[in-house]
Design a protein around this ligand. Structure first.
Ligand code: UD1
Length: 420
């Protein structure tokens, strides 16, 4: 397995181009199942998760053609309504094919994603919503089987708490249902909005886009469309924190400050300068980092996907910070690894008390999820000595050319290829 070696202490300076959002691209690709036309997605990132979903879609009968940053998906007819375990287990977002398959084919069999490193992550809200729309759901042999022989019908669905994936699955399903579906307490993440806008371009009728109250008037048919994927706010925030921890000065281009207002507010509170530019925004730091409290929340709150990176940054702040995770019950796997690098962090249930230290020290580290892994890279950029990040495949799921982008700004970072 490849590893990434970082020799810390270099200040980052320069520009980093941000790619299309992974978490927008995945549901958008699944939306191709809803039409026999061609869905052309511009600004597609080149990531392992995108390749995994492309493979799954191909087994379902979707033709996937990639040309540079454009991915064209055409599902002239559905060849299979089964999403097999082997592909779903690699990536939980595979469950996003469930809603579109039932909507178009009236039947689907999708492997249950099962447990995952950041908590139980059930899919009960996805299934309850489809049931409310008239599907019969059975769980057998590790698979969800959904059947709606007469087609899905509109329903009023009130989410007990915010779920990005359930909102996306049901939003897609509702576009081809008979009648009107109302989704209350829907996720307002920009990726949900991006999906809704694309569905509208495909001919769907959706009201309330961008709010937590979505009204979908079902239609018989959707058509192909061309849609530019929005910038990746998590990639943006990650590089913002990388720049900040090194006391650097980096312009992030192809992105917008408005996608991560809560993050920017917390970073400014921590003493980091964030200023909009014509192509994105500029992050710089000239004073010490100040401790600041952060709580993850559904959008527009502070993103759980940036919690680990923020913790790395605050690990070298002056003073203490309390970081509270409210979205996932087990999302502190980076804590023991950051501690091995000299961080002073204590866990109390869903909160982490981070007491800033003057300096982290390099160490061999590894993490069990994507964002935890990248937080170790961020820590390594500021640590004294060498940090070796193992299990790089987690990083490749969500960060395109991570080491190249950081090296271009002056980081001493290198991928060591596995030798036989
Ligand atoms: C998406 C993102 C992920 C991000 C998360 C929260 C994608 C591909 N992934 O994941 O990067 O961290 O949003 O912003 O977009 N839950 C249930 N039952 C359900 C569904 C969810 O209990 O049926 C729980 C989850 O376990 C979790 C919380 O709800 O505790 C939020 O999860 P959800 O918003 O659904 O996350 P994902 O869509 O899986």
């Amino acid at each position: 397995m490849d590893r990434i070696r970082i020799r810390g202490g270099r200040r980052l300076s320069g520009r980093i181009a941000i790619g299309g959002a992974k978490n927008a691209a995945l549901p958008l690709m699944a939306a191709a199942i809803l039409t026999d036309g061609t869905l052309a997605l511009e600004n597609t990132p080149d990531l392992a998760d995108i390749a995994t979903l492309a493979r799954l879609l191909e087994t379902l009968g979707v033709r996937v053609e990639r040309e540079g940053r454009v991915t064209r998906l055409t599902c002239a007819s559905v060849a299979s309504t089964e999403a097999p375990y082997d592909l779903v287990r690699k990536m939980r977002a595979s469950v996003l094919v469930l809603g579109p398959l039932v909507a178009r084919e009236r039947v689907a069999r999708v492997s249950l994603p099962g447990g995952c490193a950041i908590g139980a992550r059930p899919v009960d809200l996805h299934l309850k919503g489809l049931e409310a729309m008239g599907a019969r759901i059975e769980l057998a042999e590790g698979y969800v089987e959904a059947r709606a022989p007469d087609g899905l019908r509109g329903a009023e669905i009130v989410f007990p708490f915010v779920s990005v994936g359930a909102t996306e699955n049901l939003l897609m399903a509702a576009t081809l249902a008979r009648g009107t579906t109302v989704l209350k307490n829907a996720a307002r993440e920009p990726e949900v909005e991006d999906l809704a806008n694309c569905l509208v371009a495909m001919g769907a009728r959706i009201e309330g886009i961008g709010s937590d109250h979505l009204v979908v008037h079902g239609t018989d048919r959707l058509a192909g469309a061309t849609h530019p994927i929005l910038p990746d706010r998590i990639e943006t925030g990650t590089y913002a924190m990388a720049a900040a921890i090194t006391g650097g000065d980096v312009e992030l281009t192809g992105t917008r400050i408005g996608l991560l207002e809560a993050t920017v507010a917390s970073m400014r509170e921590a003493g980091i300068s964030v200023e909009p530019t014509a192509e994105g925004f500029r992050v710089s730091r000239s004073c010490l980092i100040h401790g600041t409290d952060v709580m993850t929340e559904p959008y527009p709150g502070f993103a759980t996907d940036l919690q680990a990176q923020m913790m790395a940054l605050l690990a070298v702040a002056e003073g203490a910070s309390m970081i509270t995770e409210t979205i996932f019950e087990n999302r502190f796997m980076h804590v023991p690894e950051l501690r091995r690098m000299g961080a002073n962090i204590n866990l109390h249930g869903s909160s982490a008390m981070v007491r800033g230290v003057a300096r982290l020290t390099g160490a061999p580290v590894m993490a069990t999820d994507l964002r935890a892994s990248v937080s170790l890279v961020i820590a390594g950029l500021a640590a004294a000595g060498e940090t070796m990040v193992n299990r790089v495949y987690h990083l490749d799921r969500g960060y395109e050319r991570l080491e190249a982008k950081l090296a271009a700004c002056g980081a001493d970072i290198e991928r060591l290829k596995e030798t036989a």
